[in-house]
Design a protein around this ligand. Structure first.
Ligand code: SAM
Ligand code: SF4
Length: 471
């Protein structure tokens, strides 16, 4: 029997601190040959075992790390190609009854401005996002009785029903507190994409220290939060760790154990992994000086190892990171980024600098969506707003992308080009339009003859005004 709520403090979960520490210890100073064999396994697109991941984490020379980075870049190209999916976070409310040491929303922080969007204000926010060209959102909520499953469902429903001209939000992912199975079922009803819960840290003593009060202080309730989502029929879940609370190598191992647990129990691993680094937040000393701050070099290592460890899992990078870091880790394995983000509650439709300054944390990349798209195009990526699989009922889509031969070619690339073309026609600046059309042309030329015709046909339909063209 699996545990959903840990009633007994000593009950075992799938995270065994002693085991992780001992694997990390026993794999120290690995031989080059061993590392190279593991890299080969990754390049054959197989998920790595905890032992293999620990071996990579313990690579101890610059040369070996360069080989690891190179393998991650290769794998990224091989599995994902040059598509990058774009989304925006939308903060619905920051009332919170927890006291997470690192978060600006925590209950004891008197410096943060507390707000919850009214439905009218929520619609203003959605309109502002749609007008910029967004199609995919992640909605974010503090943990508070106000944010019941019914409230969450109602806000998402209103997002889907807010149309502006040619545009609308087509996929809403959720980052909210862990729910009961019944609660998840209510949220699932309105049609959500991924339900994300970050464990923050997999190191139990650190977890206890960082979450001293409130429902979040229960490590196991959170750890099994996505099991309950799966039991409620949400088969698309995202895990994550907040880097800076404990040793980064330990956290990477925690993420791998979590992945394996979901795979073993439900036959499908997480759709995405997030790996935010702690950012400074107003009135929050722990966020200013995290106990295990991760430097840029180690951050690159985290991305590369995750890419190699779980070849078929999407990796999400957020605008918490500055532009130069974003650029580097895109190459190493990131498949989704947010762009044009604002994390103040209500700050897309109303730019109040005070609200932005006094929000959850401070963003590192504040470029507009159009600027990000322009940069991506310049570097030969295909920015994509694709939501086709989820809406065609191809659930577990992320897995399908790779499990079905030719899937990426048949669906992902054309859909990425279609959504990019929509963006260019409806929202792009002149310079983005120009380069975007050029990139589309180049990408179409790479397709085989039969596909070229159907994709050209779809692109023409969009040029003539048709929207939401997809395979
Ligand atoms: N309240 C819900 C929860 O805690 O799961 C969901 C929203 S919470 C704002 C979303 C995530 O923000 C948390 O899981 C945490 O990883 C991240 N976060 C909190 N404080 C942060 C900080 N100072 N810097 C970066 N990320 C932070
Ligand atoms: Fe609340 Fe989530 Fe912030 Fe913790 S991380 S204080 S639960 S909003």
């Amino acid at each position: 029997m699996y545990v959903f709520v840990k009633e007994n403090e000593n009950e075992k979960t799938f995270i065994n601190t002693g085991e992780i520490l001992s694997i990390l210890e026993s794999t120290k100073n690995p031989e080059s040959e061993k590392i190279r064999n593991i890299l080969q396994k990754s390049l054959n697109k197989e998920r790595l075992t905890p032992y293999e991941v620990a071996t990579l984490l313990n690579a101890n020379s610059d040369e070996l790390w360069e080989e690891i980075f190179e393998a991650a870049r290769k794998l990224k190209e091989k599995v994902y190609g040059n598509r990058i999916v774009l989304f925006a976070p939308l903060y619905i409310g920051n009332e919170c009854i927890n006291d997470c040491e690192y978060c600006g929303f925590r209950i004891s922080n008197k410096d943060v401005i507390r707000k919850t969007l009214s439905i009218e204000k929520l619609k203003d926010e959605v309109k502002a996002l749609v007008t910029k060209g967004h199609k995919r959102l992640i909605v974010v909520y503090g943990e508070h009785p106000m944010y019941s499953p019914q409230f969450i469902a109602k806000t998402i429903d209103n997002i889907y029903n807010t149309k502006v001209g040619n545009g609308e939000i087509r996929r809403v992912n959720v980052n909210a507190a862990p729910q009961t199975v019944e609660g998840y079922k209510i949220i699932k009803e309105v049609g959500i994409g991924t339900f994300q819960i970050f464990q923050e840290t997999y190191h139990i003593p650190t977890y206890k220290k960082m979450h001293p009060r409130g429902p979040k202080s229960n490590f196991a309730w959170r750890l099994y939060g996505l099991d309950r989502a799966m039991l409620a029929g949400i088969d698309d879940v995202g895990i994550g760790a907040l880097f800076g609370l404990y040793d980064w190598k330990f956290e990477v191992m925690g993420l791998i154990y979590h992945t394996i647990h979901l795979e073993e129990r439900f036959g499908v691993g997480p759709h995405t992994i997030s790996f935010p680094r702690i950012e400074p937040a107003v009135g929050t000393p722990t966020a200013k000086r995290p106990p295990y701050q991760v430097n840029d070099e180690d951050f690159k290592k985290i991305v590369a190892i995750l890419r190699l460890a779980v070849p078929y899992t999407g990796l999400i990078l957020t605008a918490r990171e500055p532009m130069n870091i974003r650029r580097e880790v895109l190459k190493l394995g990131v498949s989704q980024i947010d762009a044009g983000s604002s994390i103040g509650v209500g700050s897309y439709s109303e730019k109040d600098p005070e609200v932005i300054k006094k929000s959850q944390f401070i963003l590192g990349d504040t470029r507009t969506l159009d600027e990000v798209i322009y940069e991506l195009l310049k570097e030969n990526y295909i920015p994509s707003f694709c939501t086709a699989c989820y809406r065609a009922g191809r659930t577990g889509e992320h897995f399908m992308e790779f499990a079905i031969p030719g899937f990426v070619k048949r669906f992902c690339t054309p859909n990425a080009l279609f959504t990019l073309n929509e963006y260019l026609n409806d929202y792009a600046s002149e310079k983005t339009y120009k380069i975007g059309k050029k990139v589309i042309k180049t990408e179409v030329e790479k397709l085989d003859t039969k596909q070229k015709e159907t994709v050209k046909d779809g692109l023409n339909k969009i040029d003539k005004g048709e929207r939401d063209v997809r395979f």
